[in-house]
Design a protein around this ligand. Structure first.
Ligand code: SUG
Length: 448
């Protein structure tokens, strides 16, 4: 049976703004308070989706969330009508209003961890929504994420959904941003690679000193258990704490994997050799030939990686067996990164081509091509069981660009977030979107 890796990209929501909300994420911190352009952000994302579809990849769309999150503000003690809740939060606690307005659900690599059916004990595709417990503005995403994923992957014969892990830092879970799957073919059993930043229960593991490690070992282990993965089908590895302290807040800022290949920076992990050996051994047992490309620090520094997002790229398998790397424009702007990439593609190895996309609106908040997509490996039967409303097509692309042009603003500043009209605009747009994507009722304003 044929199998695919389907990329579901997060559609940028109408409140995309630069709130400076993510301590440890260099771009989010340095672009705080700049004016954003939600319309441009959403169109940039859609253009990438369309380009991948045109190249022959199966592409999906993941809907944004209702923002401002009035219910979150109510849970923090703001009361009255929805407009009064917003007005009171703006007056007394602007940072909380900003957090409740974040369009951060666009970075769907953090929506969930996904294990394909070939890896799981019950032969279903498993999803665990990420609790995103490290940042308030992200911790409020998972209830809606679960409803949206449930509406996209509704067939219980093929899809199993797990609620987010307990909402405490000890089980901090950031989803697929710290998870990669290696395999010979998407439909065959593979090895799932979980990367954590610290252990919450064992003080022998080192931890970063300056910035938070968002993913814990114990969270990764819990997800592997929930999904019914076997010992032979998993490898756990620790991120190098010193790179977290240099701004690598998720592992997908310093490594990306696909098929039998791991593309990573030399300084990405702790105990790298032992970890690579384990991957090689476990993949060999599944008939796969693991390969890694380590980018040396004397060619590309960790700082270059953080600024260019070289590793926050999409590594895609093409029909001829070679791979394509989708990188953000910022890679071309960095002479060391660009010259590395040119050497890489001309060397005749697995990665043959690089394609560059302008994702500046998202990049300025620390979200590159890989952050914007959730990978779901599916066989033909499972793909046929996905809600067809969320699979990208030329007509859907046209409908969605029209929808963005109709509903989105082209400038948003902090002061605009206090405008109760923004909430109405957002709800009107999302109500229409759920009809376009055939999701049913998934937003709080639709179900309460
Ligand atoms: O969680 N930025 C996101 C970026 C997430 C990137 N995702 C992956 N690497 N997979 C974060 O830090 C910034 C929001 C703001 O400051 O307005 C933000 O949430």
């Amino acid at each position: 049976m044929k199998s695919f890796e389907v990329n579901f990209d997060g559609l940028v929501g109408p409140t995309h703004n630069y709130g400076g909300l993510s301590f440890g994420n260099v771009a989010s911190q340095s672009n705080s308070q700049q004016a954003s352009n939600p319309k441009e952000a959403a169109l940039q994302g859609l253009e990438k989706m369309k380009a991948l579809m045109d190249m022959g990849f199966v592409q999906g769309v993941l809907a944004p969330q209702e923002r401002p999150d009035v219910a979150a503000l109510r849970s923090l003690g703001f009361s009255g009508t929805d407009a009064q809740v917003i007005e009171r939060a703006a007056k007394d606690a602007m940072p909380l209003l900003v957090a409740s307005c974040s369009a951060s659900s666009m970075w769907v690599a953090n929506a969930a961890t996904v294990s394909p059916s070939a890896d799981t004990a019950d032969g279903r595709v498993h999803f665990t929504a990420a609790n995103l417990n490290c940042k308030f503005h992200r911790s409020i995403e998972h209830p809606t994420t679960s409803r949206v994923l449930g509406a996209m992957f509704a067939d219980q014969q093929h899809f199993a959904h797990h609620a987010a892990l307990p909402a405490v830092a000890q089980f901090g879970d950031e989803g697929a941003a710290n998870h990669t799957r290696f395999c010979r073919d998407y439909g065959e059993a593979g090895v799932e690679f979980f990367v954590y930043g610290r252990s919450a229960f064992d003080s022998r593991y080192p931890a970063p000193q300056k910035y938070p490690a968002r993913q814990t070992l114990e969270a990764s282990q819990a997800v592997a258990r929930l999904h019914g993965l076997s010992e032979e089908g998993v490898v756990f590895a620790q991120q190098n704490p010193s790179v977290i302290d240099q701004g690598v807040f998720h592992n997908d800022v310093i490594a990306v994997g696909n098929g039998e290949l791991l593309f990573h920076h030399q300084d990405a992990f702790l105990n790298t050799e032992a970890m690579l050996d384990e991957l090689r051994r476990k993949l060999a047992a599944r008939g796969a030939k693991f390969e890694s490309i380590s980018v040396p620090r004397d060619q590309v520094t960790v700082d270059d990686a953080v600024r260019s997002y070289l590793f926050n790229s999409q590594l895609l398998s093409r029909a001829d067996g070679s791979m394509l790397l989708i990188v953000p424009e910022e890679c071309r702007a960095n002479p060391r990164v660009w010259s590395y990439l040119q050497g890489l593609t001309s060397a005749g190895g697995a990665i043959r081509e690089v394609k560059v996309f302008d994702l500046k609106q998202s990049m300025q908040n620390g979200g590159g091509p890989a952050c914007l997509r959730l990978r779901v490996a599916l066989n033909e039967t499972e793909l046929a069981a996905v809600n067809p409303g969320v699979i990208m097509s030329a007509p859907l692309y046209d409908t969605l660009t029209g929808w963005v042009n109709k509903h989105y603003r082209d400038a948003l500043r902090e002061s605009d977030l206090a405008d109760p009209q923004l909430l109405l605009e957002c709800r009107t747009a999302l109500d229409e979107l759920t009809q376009i994507l055939k999701l049913g009722s998934v937003y709080p304003f639709q179900i309460n």
